[in-house]
Write a protein that binds this ligand. Structure first.
Ligand code: NAD
Length: 501
C-alpha cells in the first residue's frame, strides 16, 4: 500500500494536498505496471501533476474489490435510507470542500473558476442530494393475478458497474453516474478522462470520509484504450455507463457485448436551435449564446446549429454578434471577469482550428472570431468565439460535432423547412425552439428527433429531468427517475395462492 500524495499550489494561491494513486478499497495504491499520466494546465501548457495510470491488471483487482464489497454485509444489507444518508453526507462534504474542488477542476480543465464553483460543483451537490432522496424510494410493484396468484417485482442492483467519463464536466459527470449507481446499491469502478484526472481524486477522499464501505467506489485514472477498454471488456462488470464521443461509444458497445452488459451511452451531438420571427429576440440571442459558447463550447448538448426564420435572419445575426462581443472575455481561468477559458488540449485546439479553416475554405461567411486567442505568453489553447453564417448543409462545420466555441447560422423558410433541417443530422441529443406561439412550440417538441427539447431556453438541464440522446447521440437516460431506473434490474416473483395443476 502506498501513500501517493502531492502538495500543489494552484494559480489562485490555494494549497491543496492531493492523493494521486489509484483509489481501491478506500486505499491509495500505485499502478501495477508503474504508468503515469501527466495532467496539463491548458491555460499555460505546464504540467500540474502526475497521477498513477491503471492498466488491465489494476482493473482486474478493482473488479475483485468491487465484487467483494457487494457481498460485504455493510453494503449489501444496508437499509436503502442509509445509502441515501451516505450520499447526503457526501454532498455535504462536497459543499464544505467546494473551493478546493472547483480550484482543481478549473486548473485541470481550463474552465473559468467561477463557473467550476458556481455551476459545476453546485450541480454536483444538487445531483448527489437528488439521488440521496431517491435511495429509499425505488420500489417494485405488486401485480394482481386474480384469485389464485399474484406477483411482485423487486428492483435489484446490477452488481459491479463500470463508468467511463469525459473531460468537459469531470466532477459533474462523476456525480451523474455515482449518484444513481450508489443509491441503487451497486458498486462502482469509475475511470475519469486522462485529460482531467485531478478533481476526481479529491472527491475520492471525500467518498471515504463520508463513510462508504471499502470497495464500494473505486476510482482508476488511466488511458481509454488501456484501462477504459479493460473496464468495457471485463466479464465481472454487469453494466457500463459512458459519456464521450460517438466513435468511442460505438467501440464500447462492441466490447460490452462480450458478456451482454447493460449499457448507457451519452455521446455526441449537433443540436439545432430554432428561432421563429415571433420569438422574444433578446431572450433568443442570450440563450443561443449560452447554449453554444459556455464551457468553451465543449458541451455535448451545445446548440451549435442555429436556424433562423428568413424574415429575422440578419437581425438575429447582428444581435448575436453584438451580444457575443459584449459578453465574451477569453482569458485567465482564475480571473473573475473571464467567461471563456482555453480548450482542453492541444489536439482539441488544433481540431477546432481545422474546422474553422474548413468553414472558410468551403465558403461560409465568417461573422466573428475565426482564430486562436493565445494569451501574452503565447501559450494556452485559447480560441476566439467564432460565428459562421450562410452555411450550407454539405459543409463539414454544419454536419460534424466541433466541440468548441464555434456556431453555424442558417436561414429557414417555413416551419416544415425548419423541422426538416433540424432533423437532418445523425445526432439527436437536444434542441431548442424559440417562439411565442405556444402551440407551435409543443408541436415542434414532438416533431424534432432529440432526447431533450428546450422551449425558449437552451442547456438549462437539471438533475430532476432525464437526459440522453436519440439516434447516434446515445442509448438510455441519466438523471431523473429514468436515471435511477437505469441502475437496477427488475426481478419478478410469482406467488401461488393455492393454484393447482
Ligand atoms: P473520448 O470519447 O475518446 O473519451 C471519453 C472517455 O472515454 C475518456 O475517459 C477516455 O479515456 C475513454 N476512452 C477512450 N477510448 C476508449 C476505449 N477504446 N475504450 C474505453 N474507453 C475509452 O473523447 P475524447 O477523445 O476525449 O474527445 C473526442 C471528441 O469526443 C470531442 O471532440 C467531442 O466531439 C466528443 N466528446 C463528447 C463528449 C460528450 O459529452 N458527449 C465529451 C467529451 C468528448
Amino acid at each position: 500500500m502506498a501513500s501517493i500524495s502531492q502538495e500543489l499550489t494552484a494559480p489562485n494561491g490555494r494549497k491543496i494536498t492531493l492523493q494521486t494513486g489509484l483509489f481501491m478499497s478506500n486505499e491509495w495504491v500505485c499502478a501495477a505496471e508503474g504508468g503515469l499520466i501527466e495532467s496539463i494546465n491548458p491555460a499555460d501548457e505546464r504540467v500540474i501533476a502526475s497521477v498513477q495510470a491503471a492498466t488491465k491488471v489494476d482493473v482486474d483487482v478493482a473488479v475483485r474489490t468491487a465484487q467483494a464489497a457487494l457481498k460485504h454485509p455493510s453494503w449489501a444489507d444496508l437499509h436503502p435510507s442509509k445509502r441515501g444518508y451516505l450520499l447526503r453526507r457526501l454532498s455535504d462534504l462536497v459543499e464544505e470542500h467546494s473551493v478546493d474542488l472547483a480550484t482543481l477542476e478549473a486548473w485541470d480543465s481550463g474552465k473559468p473558476y467561477s463557473v467550476a464553483l458556481n455551476e459545476d460543483v453546485a450541480e454536483v451537490i444538487n445531483c448527489l442530494r437528488y439521488f440521496a432522496g431517491f435511495a429509499d424510494k425505488a420500489h417494485g410493484q405488486i401485480i394482481d393475478g386474480g384469485a389464485s396468484k399474484f406477483a411482485y417485482t423487486i428492483r435489484e442492483p446490477f452488481g459491479v458497474c463500470g463508468q467511463i467519463i469525459p473531460w468537459n464536466y469531470p466532477l459533474m459527470m462523476a456525480a451523474w453516474k455515482l449518484g444513481p449507481a450508489l443509491a441503487c446499491g451497486n458498486t462502482v469502478i469509475l475511470k475519469p478522462s486522462e485529460l482531467t484526472p485531478l478533481a476526481i481524486l479529491y472527491l475520492a477522499e471525500l467518498i471515504k470520509a463520508a463513510g462508504f464501505p471499502p470497495g464500494v467506489v473505486n476510482i482508476l485514472n488511466g488511458h481509454g484504450r488501456e484501462a477504459g477498454a479493460a473496464i468495457a471488456n471485463h466479464p465481472g462488470i454487469r453494466k457500463i455507463a459512458f459519456t464521450g464521443s460517438t466513435a468511442t461509444g460505438r467501440e464500447i458497445m462492441k466490447m460490452a457485448a462480450s458478456n451482454l452488459k447493460a449499457i448507457t451511452l451519452e455521446t455526441g451531438g449537433k443540436s439545432p436551435l430554432l428561432v421563429f420571427k415571433d420569438a422574444d429576440m433578446e431572450q433568443a440571442v442570450k440563450w443561443a449564446q449560452t447554449g453554444i459558447m459556455s464551457n468553451q463550447g465543449q458541451i455535448c448538448s451545445g446548440t451549435s446549429r442555429i436556424l433562423v426564420e428568413k424574415a429575422v435572419y440578419e437581425q438575429f445575426i447582428d444581435a448575436f454578434k453584438t451580444f457575443t462581443i459584449e459578453t465574451s472575455k477569453v482569458g485567465d481561468t482564475f480571473s473573475e471577469t473571464t467567461s471563456q477559458g482555453p480548450q482542453i488540449s492541444k489536439s482539441q485546439y488544433e481540431r477546432i482550428l481545422g474546422y474553422i479553416d474548413s468553414g472558410v475554405k468551403q465558403g461560409a461567411r465568417l461573422v466573428l472570431g475565426g482564430s486562436s486567442a493565445r494569451g501574452h505568453s503565447g501559450k494556452g489553447f485559447f480560441i476566439q468565439p467564432t460565428i459562421f453564417c450562410d452555411v450550407t448543409r454539405d459543409m463539414e462545420i454544419y454536419r460534424e460535432e466541433i466541440f468548441g466555441p464555434v456556431v453555424v447560422i442558417l436561414p429557414f423558410d417555413t416551419e416544415n423547412d425548419a423541422v426538416e433541417k433540424a432533423n437532418d443530422s445523425p445526432y439527436g441529443l437536444a434542441s431548442s425552439v424559440f417562439s411565442q406561439d405556444i402551440t407551435r412550440c409543443h408541436r415542434l417538441a414532438k416533431q424534432i428527433d432529440s432526447g431533450t427539447v428546450w422551449i425558449n431556453s437552451s442547456n438549462d438541464s437539471d438533475s430532476l429531468t432525464p437526459f440522453g440522446g436519440m439516434k447516434q447521440s446515445g442509448i438510455g437516460r441519466e438523471l431523473g427517475q429514468a436515471g435511477m431506473e437505469a441502475y437496477s434490474v427488475i426481478k419478478a416473483v410469482h406467488v401461488s395462492l393455492g393454484a393447482k395443476l
